[in-house]
Design a protein around this ligand. Sequence first.
Ligand SMILES: [Fe+2]
Ligand SMILES: [Fe+2]
Length: 198
Amino acid sequence: MSDDLYQGQHRSSSAEFKLITNASLTPDMGVRPDDMKLLLTELNSLIHDQLEIHYVAFLESLTQLDEEATRKTFCDFSQTLDQHRLFEDTSILPLLIPGTDIDAAELARISGDHTIIERTLARVTNIVDAIFTAKNQRRTLVQQLSGLVRMQGLLEHHTERETQFFYPILDQTLSQNQKNSLAQSLREAIDQTPSGSE
Ligand SMILES: [Fe+2]
Ligand SMILES: [Fe+2]
């Protein structure tokens, strides 16, 4: 996977974030048809951008061995991740018919990613506990670096999969009413997401 591709296509600045979430997504506010076509894909990307920001803030605190800040930033990350994953599992994935709307194997890969991400989140929780209860915290941190980086790789991979192969199908397949309803829920999730640290 190319970082350039990922960054070029999916990153949104905070200015764009505000523009999209506050102004441009309701039909009665003059939204162009092109915007609506990419509605769910773009909203999903914004949530994933927030996840990445939260995980970086978490790693910054952790590598400073600041336990209070680490617990806070990890809580922000894990809550945002859990809520988004559960929403997709319960309210979005079931909307597509495997073999008709979407390749069955592709849908299974999205679901499988969620299972792996959930397992990895539990693993990172254990790593944080291990570091802050260790006698030599810095050494334990260094020993666990690969486990910490694994989450970033998983999310990057999953973001690309959803942005390339899943959300565009939703945008093309669902009725406008379904899309508006899902967009409302995704926007609420974005609004409730704690702001990331600078
Ligand atoms: Fe997602
Ligand atoms: Fe997902």
